[in-house]
Each structure stands twice: as structure tokens, then as C-alpha cells.
Design a protein around this ligand. Structure first.
Ligand code: HEM
Length: 221
């Protein structure tokens, strides 16, 4: 029988597990983004794959720098222990870093969806999905800020989880695209849309489950 004295120590605290999971999810798009910014900074030769980024670098650089801040620092906003011990940091990071960075990610994403000459496989369906995701992410950030100004913490938590989950679609999309590309080769326009939308949808469902569980735990309807 295991007693408290003999029970094996928990390798990771709850906070560390949440942070590790979120950072792992964002790792591949963040590395890809850092690579893209490095390529632009170094003035790499334009190819078919990078021409739009080299010709008009500002939106993608804003997008990637915003995404690095939002996903990296944002991962620590959701840690209950850190939040309760360092509420000053939570407020500073939220106001001064994460809301501006999240808005920059969504606005630059919307701009690129509208004006970049994306590959033909990213058809109209994916363009519309990106509009929906970018607009919802902005809306959720605004509702999250409004809720905290009204001291409605359960709503603030919910809107901020929803905004972060939509952004993290970039990470889940690695999981919903890469294995299929490896197994079946590059998708056509329809399957590309299904794979990309699956990443966002999975995150929406998981976010709603987390929000509901939190509300039940705190006895909020
Ligand atoms: C924190 C979350 C996000 C990360 C880490 C991220 C990462 C990236 C990266 C690295 C690129 C450059 C791709 C490349 O170099 O080929 C990119 C492009 C793009 N992202 Fe995001 N992104 C995020 C959120 C979003 C959101 C919420 C939207 C929705 C509006 C969005 C829309 C776009 C668009 C339209 C492009 C240009 C695609 C292209 O021209 O091929 N991203 N993103």
C-alpha cells in the first residue's frame, strides 16, 4: 500500500504540466516562424515558396513576433499556482504583452489572408476560415478585457482560454496535417481545408471542456 511517505513524488506539478503541454504545442510553428524571420533578415533569395514573405515582410514579421510572445508568455497565464502567487505579473503580462501581441497575431493573420498571394491549395474555404478565426480571436480578446474590467473573473477566464485556443490552432494543425502528408503525400484543396479546420475545431472543443470543468470546480453555473 502507498502511504503519503512512500508515494512516488509527482514528477511534474500541475502548473509545470500545463506549461510544458502548451509550449510543446507551439514549438513547431514557433521554430518555423523563427526560421522565416531569420530568412527575411538575412535577405535570402526569393523562391516560389517565400516570394510573398520576401516582397512584403512586415505583416509576417509582426505575425511571427506576436505569435512568439503570445504563445510563449501566454502559456504561463493559465497556470493556477503562478497566477495566484504572482497576480501582479499576470496583470502586467496580460495588459502590456499578451493582449497587444494577440491582437497583432489576429490582425496580421487577417491581413495576410486578405492580401498575400497564398499557394493555390490554400483556397477560398481556408481563406474564409482564417477570416472567421482572426475575427473571433479579436472578439474574444475584447470580451476577455471587458470581463476583467467588470471584475467578472469566470467570464474573463473563459474568453481568454477561447482566444488562446484559436491561436494555438497553429500548433494543433501540425498534428492534423503532418501525419497525413507523411502517409498520403500533399493533400488537394479540399483535404487541406479539412486538415486545417480540424486543428481549430479540436482546440475549440478542448477549450469548451476546460472552461466547463473550471466552472464546475468553482461552482459557477
Ligand atoms: C500563436 C499562434 C500562431 C502561430 C504560432 C502562427 C505561426 C505562423 C507562421 C510561422 C507563419 C509563416 C508561415 C511560413 O513561413 O510559411 C504564419 C502565417 C500565417 N498565419 Fe499564422 N500563426 C498563428 C496564428 C494565426 C491565426 C490566429 C491566424 C488567423 C487569422 C493566422 C493566419 C496566418 C496566415 C493567413 C498566414 C500566411 C499564410 C501564407 O501566406 O502561407 N495565424 N503563421
Amino acid at each position: 500500500m502507498t502511504t503519503p511517505a512512500t508515494r512516488p513524488p509527482r514528477v511534474l506539478s500541475r502548473d509545470a504540466s500545463i506549461a510544458a503541454g502548451l509550449l510543446a504545442l507551439t514549438l513547431i510553428p514557433s521554430v518555423a516562424g523563427a526560421f522565416r524571420v531569420g530568412e527575411i533578415a538575412a535577405g535570402a533569395p526569393a523562391t516560389e515558396a517565400n516570394a510573398r514573405f520576401m516582397e512584403m515582410p512586415l505583416p509576417v514579421v509582426v505575425h511571427i513576433v506576436g505569435a512568439l510572445v503570445y504563445s510563449g508568455i501566454g502559456a504561463f497565464q493559465f497556470l493556477p499556482g503562478l497566477r495566484s502567487r504572482h497576480i501582479g505579473w499576470h496583470r502586467f503580462a496580460g495588459r502590456c504583452l499578451l493582449v497587444p501581441a494577440g491582437a497583432a497575431v489576429a490582425l496580421s493573420g487577417l491581413w495576410m489572408a486578405a492580401f498575400y498571394d497564398v499557394p493555390p491549395i490554400d483556397g477560398l474555404g481556408l481563406q474564409l476560415s482564417r477570416y472567421v478565426v482572426g475575427i473571433l480571436m479579436l472578439l474574444f480578446l475584447v470580451l476577455g478585457v471587458r470581463a476583467v474590467l467588470r471584475r467578472d473573473i469566470p467570464s474573463h477566464r473563459g474568453w481568454m482560454i477561447r482566444a488562446y485556443a484559436l491561436a494555438m490552432g497553429a500548433g494543433t494543425q501540425v498534428l492534423t496535417t503532418a501525419p497525413f502528408v507523411a502517409l498520403f503525400g500533399p493533400p488537394d484543396e479540399f483535404w487541406r481545408l479539412v486538415q486545417m479546420d480540424a486543428g481549430w475545431l479540436i482546440n475549440v472543443v478542448v477549450a469548451e471542456m476546460i472552461i466547463r470543468r473550471g466552472r464546475r470546480r468553482h461552482g459557477v453555473a
